[in-house]
Design a protein around this ligand. Structure first.
Ligand code: LLP
Length: 443
């Protein structure tokens, strides 16, 4: 016996640690070489619940909520539920003291079903229906973010009592990781234009039951340069001062949306929260002094940065093969139905074998899904064991945000379950969608 027999990873020189930037802190290789998350072996979950399977680390979500609350003690933090919403997730974030941003009647219903206090809910959406607005006003949600003057017409027709509103503006800042997720420039569908703001302020002022309390913007997603947010503060405080000067209305809240970048692969840039806090504090100081404007209360709406790293998706390898061009493919039993982000945004992921150390000879491999499109890729040209076999389980980190929520039933394949892990135990919080579920919708 040599040392290599005991610690095989020494032989390859490959790292035995899982990259902390993309895996939750409580992810380890156990003594048999398999990966555990929250004290639970990933292969055990694959066997018990089948694959593909979303695994969610409750402790990581709670930790991220606390990181926001301690880094921004004077701000109101609301989790953007569109990244991932189940009743359990809503409970965890609200237990930690974070509010909830919802963008549809469906998300609002899930939040209310989870027992989230309506006061802590912010309703968004660039196209809200009368039904959604009626439900939100009836429930007395904390804030409604108005996206058009047409919405004010609808809201004015409802029996509202001091319903607080924010106006969403387009600050004219282009930022974000992909054109499809940039929303803060001047040529997008979101928010009110500068000329519509005056009319909106007046109409809200004339309505009996509505009260405008602040401005909102959301620049986009996967923003890692905090200066974009500093610029948003400068531009929006100037707009708040103009509203005060022109309409005699003193707004007290400034919602900067979400969009904080996370790393999907080691080395990816992410937004540093402490740096963001410094940039925001400086920008507020300067802008408020320049306009002699009282410091507004900030609202932050992180979605991805709360849940992305808490999620790991498990797939089982169905086949390993090489094509004419010499590219090796690992075909797995999921794909663009549970992760459309590669096809939609050119997102890049890493994957590792869940049941054994990253050791021995590795080979360039593209992990592809089972859906009938060439764009159905999970990870391009990553390093996987040269002897990777059908039947092994692959784990893809950083899949907690916009995976379950973007999943589809394409190709007649039901959506995966979500299994939450915590302190060595696990529970299924969303079950797998079955063919019976799919057939049940047909009338
Ligand atoms: N607030 C508003 C008004 C938003 O529209 C969004 C995201 C957020 C907050 C949260 O952004 P986050 O912190 O998660 O970046 N499906 C795309 C992301 C779309 C984001 C849409 N709005 C993706 O998978 O990258």
């Amino acid at each position: 016996m040599t040392l290599l027999d005991f610690v095989p990873s020494l032989g390859s020189g490959a790292p035995v640690r899982l990259a902390p930037a993309v895996w939750p802190p409580d992810t380890h290789y156990d003594t048999e070489g398999g990966i555990t998350l929250g004290g639970v072996a990933l292969t055990e979950l694959a066997d018990r619940f089948g694959t593909p399977c979303y695994v969610l680390d409750e402790a990581e979500i709670r930790r991220r909520c606390r990181a926001y609350l301690t880094t921004f003690p004077e701000a109101t933090v609301v989790y953007a539920a569109k990244a991932l919403l189940t009743r359990a997730v809503a409970e965890w974030v609200t237990e930690e003291g974070v509010g909830l941003d919802v963008c549809s009647g469906g998300e609002l219903a899930i939040a209310l079903a989870a027992g989230v206090a309506p006061e802590r809910i912010v309703l968004h959406g660039n196209g809200k229906t009368m039904d959604e607005l009626r439900t939100a006003v009836r429930a007395r949600v904390g804030r409604i973010v108005v996206d058009s003057t047409a919405e004010i017409t609808l809201l004015s027709a409802l029996p509202a009592h001091d319903q607080r509103l924010l106006l969403r503006l387009a600050p004219g800042i282009e930022a974000g990781g992909h054109p499809a997720i940039r929303t803060g420039g001047s040529d997008h569908k979101f928010g009110l234009s500068g000329t519509a703001v005056g009319e909106a302020v007046q109409r809200i002022g004339r309505s009996g039951g509505l009260r405008l309390v602040g401005l909102h913007c959301h620049l986009g997603s996967q923003i890692h340069d905090p200066d974009h947010y500093g610029e948003a503060v400068r531009r929006l405080v100037a707009r708040m001062a103009a509203i005060r000067d022109e309409h005699g209305l003193l707004l007290t809240e400034l919602d900067l949306g979400g969009g904080h970048a996370v790393a999907y692969r080691p080395g990816d840039a992410e937004l540093n929260l402490a740096e963001l806090a410094d940039v925001l504090a400086d920008a507020l100081d300067v802008a408020c002094a320049r306009h002699r404007f009282p410091r507004p209360r900030l609202l932050l709406e992180p979605g991805r940065a709360i849940v992305a790293r808490a999620g790991v998706t498990l797939y089982r390898v169905l086949a390993v093969k090489e094509n004419e061009a010499g590219r090796r493919y690992a075909i797995v039993d999921g794909g663009m139905g549970d992760n459309p982000r590669v096809a939609l945004y050119g997102a890049r992921y890493d994957a590792v074998v869940a049941g054994r150390h990253r050791c021995g000879p590795q080979r360039g491999t593209t992990v592809a899904g089972r859906y009938c499109e060439s764009g159905d890729i999970i990870a391009t040209d990553i390093r996987l064991p040269a002897d990777l076999r059908a039947g092994e389980v692959l784990a893809v980190p950083c899949t907690g945000a916009y995976h379950h929520s973007l999943a589809s039933t394409y190709n007649g394949i039901g959506r995966p379950p979500i299994v939450a892990v915590r302190d060595g135990s696990y529970r299924e919080i969303v079950r797998r969608e079955t063919v019976d579920d799919l057939l049940a919708r047909e009338v």
